[in-house]
Design a protein around this ligand. Sequence first.
Ligand SMILES: [Zn+2]
Length: 429
Amino acid sequence: MKTTSLYVPTLALDPEKILKRFLRYASIGTPSDRHLSETQTPSTESQWKLIRLLEQEIMDMGVPSVEVTEHGFLIARIPPYISTLRKKNDMAVPVVAFIAHVDTASDVPGDPVRPMIHRNYDGKRIVLSSGIEIDPVNQPRLSQYIGDTIITSDGTTLLGADDKAGVAALVTALEYLMQHPEVEHGGLEFIFTPDEETGRGMERFPLDRVQAKVAYTLDGDGEGTVEYECFNAYRVVVQCKGVGTHLGYARGKLVNAVTMAASFVSFLPRSESPEATDGRFGYYCPLEINGNITEAKVEIFLRDYEMEEIKRRLQTLESIAKAIEGIFPGGKVTLISEKQYLNMRDAFAQNPQIVQYLDEAIRATGIEPVHTSIRGGTDGARLTELGIPTPNMFAGGSNFHSLTEWVPLSAMVRATEVVIHLVQLWAKG
Ligand SMILES: [Zn+2]
């Protein structure tokens, strides 16, 4: 039979089965909702649909322990298997968790997703049904996949390979382990999480139900990617209080909170915005502004790899607040800041084997790991803070959060293999 994936798996995985599985998950549009996430997890009903499907599929595989929490966290557990010869070391193998998220971003439409399969990719531009094109000139990574099967959406929605590719890889790895009881591993937890994209899902993470001492998220992009450094993230709400009066008699009395909020935003340095920075430079990003004449609110995200820079930006916001109060006498500006997540890199300096094993597992599939820093956060950053160091590895997709998202089948196959190699490396110790 002709293989449809460039990468020839070493573990007898069936690429066509992974493809079908991915299409099944991607076809269930699961955008999460940032506003609804403040009051409920999962924020959207569609995420439940996928969680229930996964629960059924995993139970059908005979996985001995499958649990869904009230907030939609699906945990599938496999007890350790270490051959009798080595049994005395059993206790030394830590429980390892693997995590992928079921929701998709809401930056572009995410439902209904109609995936397109481009078999035997010819290296040229990929034209989607909507007329949108994916051009290898802007997507140099595409040229690595000539002859492969590429999956995209029809161009009217995102594809949701972020993170359905990760979900498909994890379910396939789970299935492989159930079918190959001879493979040695410690205790394993496969966790499927809601509302990653809203940044709020982790607030409901069932820490008391999880035994893992180390975890890996499959939520990265290109093949080989290993990420264990992310931004420090703060959210600041700027509350502007004005003084309302009858507009016809407002001279000298009205203090307009809408104008105050707009002025506040205009003082943010444009050179430190997401659109003006890359690499290791952090930023301020005004995310949302709303209100009326008497009261207006601005929501601002602060991001940086270095905590010192976050502190400097917080001080700058304080200074802007004072300046606005000076320009608008009688008006009041209050800042409420909240930590969202922290750079996780220090946890891995203390436990270097967590990344070393991942590197080794990637090399076992024939490629070199690529270490990069995330210009954002991951669920792993939150878990690391909670005491479970969690680096992020690739799931294989590209152009996340856009209508031109794409994923090569071979990358999903490789991600699956990395997981299977990784559990064995931890068992070997
Ligand atoms: Zn993701």
